[in-house]
Ligand binder design. Structure first.
Ligand code: SF4
Ligand code: SF4
Length: 134
């Protein structure tokens, strides 16, 4: 049976995670060098062509995001290695997290598909569609 999510005013850092499906344990991110060239964006296009791979840019720079559930996340959405979980998990602040604002809403750009990134590149580079011709 699913839990009823309380009103926002009733949520706090102390109880919020118990109403969440462990959204922060269902993906990884890796910051990348700021892509500037056609070649760099062409490589990003190859990466995003793979299932579950997204690309985003926020105020800190560009990132690859891979949707993939952590292998230590239990069926009840609790961490199976809580006492020895990695530092990045310990440092994740739930004061303002994915539960409050989906990642795509907190970014300057958020690309979930090959077509979306391809369209962006087409607008960014006049010669994008000619990049294969010698
Ligand atoms: S930190 Fe945020 S996203 Fe992670 S489990 Fe808690 S409420 Fe959910
Ligand atoms: S180690 Fe635990 S807290 Fe960290 S991502 Fe995996 S399940 Fe979540």
């Amino acid at each position: 049976m699913s839990q009823t999510i309380p009103l926002k005013a009733e949520l706090s850092s102390d109880n919020k995670c118990s109403f969440c499906s462990a959204m922060c344990c269902q993906y990884i991110t890796q910051q990348i060098d700021t892509p500037r060239s056609i070649q760099a964006f062409d490589t990003l296009l190859w990466q995003i062509a793979h299932q579950g791979v997204h690309v985003f840019k926020d105020c800190n720079g560009w990132y690859i995001l891979v949707m993939t559930r952590c292998g230590h996340l239990l069926a009840n959405n609790h961490c199976g290695i809580y006492d020895t979980r990695p530092m990045i998990c310990r440092n994740h602040d739930n004061a303002a997290c994915e539960f409050d604002v989906p990642i795509d809403q907190g970014c300057e750009y958020y690309f979930q598909t090959y077509d979306a990134l391809n369209e962006y590149c087409r607008k960014r580079f006049k010669k994008w569609d000619q990049r294969f011709s010698r």
